[in-house]
Design a protein around this ligand. Sequence first.
Ligand SMILES: [Zn+2]
Length: 491
Amino acid sequence: MGTVAEATARRYETVIGLEVHVELATRSKMFCACSTAFGAPPNSQVCPVCLGLPGALPVPNHQALAYALRAALALECAVDPDCRWDRKNYHYPDLPKGYQITQYARPIARNGQLCFVSGGEERAVRIRRLHAEEDTGKSTHEGVAAAFTGVDLNRAGVPLIEIVSEPDIRSPEEARLYLQALRTLLLYTGVSDVKMEEGSLRCDANISLRPAGAMEYGALVEVKNMNSFRSVQRALEYEEQRQAAALDAGERIVRETRHWDEKRGITFSSRSKEEAHDYRYFPEPDLGPCALSPAFIEEQRRLLPELPGARQARYRALGLSDYDTGVLVADPALAAFYDRMLEAGAAPREGAALLTVELLGRLNALGASVVGSGCLVRPEQLAALQKLVAAGTISGKIAKGVLDDMVASGKDPAAIVAERGLQQISDAGAVEQAVRAAIAAHPQSVADYRAGKKQALGFLVGQVMKETKGKANPALVNDVLRQELDAGGGV
Ligand SMILES: [Zn+2]
């Protein structure tokens, strides 16, 4: 093996930490009653508080704090019930107040961890801190004359949490896996819709290289503007190679912020508001300590559902394959569908395969998913289909046709089987009749079989199945056919 990445890995160790901003799914903003709905006309969701007009006073959104807590508890963080608000001061057109309310010295939570699988190994990345804050507005060029930039303040004041990892991530691929695991975890908690394409999940990365075996960290480069899981990995791969080449050439890495250019596939140095300015953080004078009560914290803990790690362990214990476990755990709606199948009595492994391969395959082809109006099949019906196969009422092959019908009509599988007369023929008499007919019709195959050409048996089985329109029980057909042939019956 000799890829560039592997050669780099031998000379240098890559050190990555991620800062992830997540918009919380509250209906109103962090410190005022304005709506947070996405896609409204510019500047239609603003008020004196989020515009920072003189005399307006912020009031913390209780639901946003509840969501921040829930995310912190899911990440196994220690909560600070007495957390504080601070002002981060800087000037930018999308920041009407001239400062952002955030948490600096006393974040709502610290010292958590996120576990995920990377390269077949269980990894735990430590979470340094999780804090609550308000979002900024957005600059826009849509509907604005060419020489101007518009400012839309609908997003100003939307509640965010920022989740900062320790520099525990060791490769660009691992950074993507961490981010995907974080997204799945947050999806389970229900605190955000975590859509990277709509900006409700945003990721900045810190990356440095150090000589393999060194303890000291190298100079840190911050990479911004990555808008998909794939671009996070690509941007960091680019940056890893760029820094390795510079170090090989004896250059010094400059501590800086760089932007990812998706089209050109490169990062470029950028001067921006984020560059090492003194933000003059100071305590927010309009807000006191949060004073989160133990009862409030415990309530949020109780509201956490079964989380991905626990669910994964439960599915593995049921004997599910890694593939099925992965597909189900990655989507809480799909996992909930599967759990209802189990409650309805489906066999774990067979039920999982029916869902992840057969039903999902059909839904994907239709551009539908198990949630919403696109899917007419209920979990109980899919469980019933699996039970029809297990009971020998229909074969696995017939079941696929029944499922096609279920997806199209939403009918119960038993009704479809009855309507179309699909019951498997497991009656020995009926099978014997079909077998004898096949033997009589194909004397050459019978002679071949008796002459030692065992593949002739497969042909005869096929003839019986054809004759019974696929409804004969295949195992029974095999048995009866062998008996008849070996007994010397027929021709
Ligand atoms: Zn407002």
